[in-house]
Design a protein around this ligand. Structure first.
Ligand SMILES: [Zn+2]
Length: 342
């Protein structure tokens, strides 16, 4: 597998609020004596870009794939993922059937292929405290200060996002998502407009560059000069709107997607209710056997059930995943999609 290191110039236009849950302070890193710089954690960037890509994948493939964050009390887990589409292969995730299963596997956990670290700015300082106040709705007068938030001033950040893949299309999918995302952090109605520019991609069998080092090169131009001097080929790569639908359609047939879909389907097929409804939808009649005077399915294991469900028309596992979805799940409400990412 190759490592595609995508070098992204992220230009913050206006102020940004990038805080960690339960803290209102900007995250910083000290590059040197008196050189403290505000940073943006990769998780904040990833969450936005994943949503951008998922929207497009839903539009092109009509998959029932949603990202719902459990905000409180949980393990920071996510649910609603289809675990059988290109976005799920790229970003990974977990999947468990909503209904309890039988003896078969209970969930699918997938490693991701896109790796984010952190975006670092070329310069230090630029952190401001702003107080927010309660406004009296009747008089319009500003009341008592409620607290302070730290925001950061407009500036350029450099970032390196790595994709591990054996097919350039995975990188193109991520690249499209990066170029079509533009609001990040908390309070995106006011803050966090970022214009992303992909400077190029370094392709190698191992990691060659890191954003923390590139941030010392002063500017996007400085980064390019440095990479050229180090004989690192910054390959131009793009994914125009005219290509993205075709790329997503192609990736849906990729072996990585088929394999993930097969494992996810075997989890669903092990749940009797899902198995029954899907068979019904496909106009198949599962064979029954008597066991201890009870009617049970002849096909017991997930493997046997998958073979049965895919037998007719030699259905692919990706296609079977879509049929299982249509037979068993309703589309979630739109507000889950609109949930604010902090
Ligand atoms: Zn998915």
């Amino acid at each position: 597998m190759m490592k595609y290191q995508v070098v992204v110039l992220r230009q913050l236009k206006g102020f940004g609020q990038f805080v960690t849950e339960s803290r209102d302070e900007a995250n910083t890193y000290e590059f040197g004596e008196g050189d403290e710089r505000p940073i943006i954690f990769g998780e904040k960037l990833k969450a936005v870009e994943r949503r951008t890509i998922m929207r497009k994948v839903r539009e092109v493939l009509h998959v029932n794939c949603w990202l719902t964050t459990h905000k409180k009390g949980g393990d920071g887990g996510i649910s609603g993922l289809c675990m059988s589409c290109p976005a799920c292969v790229l970003f990974g995730g977990t999947y468990a059937p909503k209904k309890g299963g039988g003896a078969g596997p209970k969930n699918v956990v997938e490693m991701r292929r896109a790796f984010y670290t952190c975006a670092f700015p070329f310069q230090g300082g630029g952190i401001r405290d702003v107080t927010f106040n309660a406004v009296d709705e009747r008089t319009g007068q500003t009341g008592q200060a409620l607290g302070t938030n730290q925001i950061i001033e407009p500036r350029d950040f450099i970032d390196v996002v790595t994709v591990e893949a054996d097919n350039e299309n995975w990188t193109k999918l991520l690249l499209w998502g990066i170029e079509h995302s533009d609001r990040y952090g908390a309070n995106t109605r006011i803050y966090g407009e970022i214009h992303n520019e992909v400077l190029g991609v370094v392709v190698d069998t191992r990691l060659r560059i890191a954003a923390i080092d590139l941030a010392r090169k002063g500017s996007g131009e400085g980064v390019k000069t440095h990479l050229a001097a180090d004989k690192l080929d910054l390959k131009a790569m793009s994914c125009p709107d005219s290509e993205i639908d075709g790329i997503i359609t192609d990736l849906a047939k990729d072996e990585a997607v088929q394999d993930l879909a097969r494992r996810k389907n075997s989890v669903d097929a092990s749940v009797d209710e899902y198995f029954t409804k899907t068979a019904e939808k496909l106009h198949l009649k599962p064979a029954m056997t008597k066991k201890n005077n009870k009617d049970v399915f002849t096909d017991r294991t997930p493997g046997e059930r998958l073979a049965f469900l895919t037998s007719k028309e030699k259905r692919s596992h990706y296609d079977l995943a879509r049929e299982i979805e249509k037979a068993n799940f309703a589309e979630p409400q739109d507000e889950e999609e609109e949930e604010e990412v902090k």
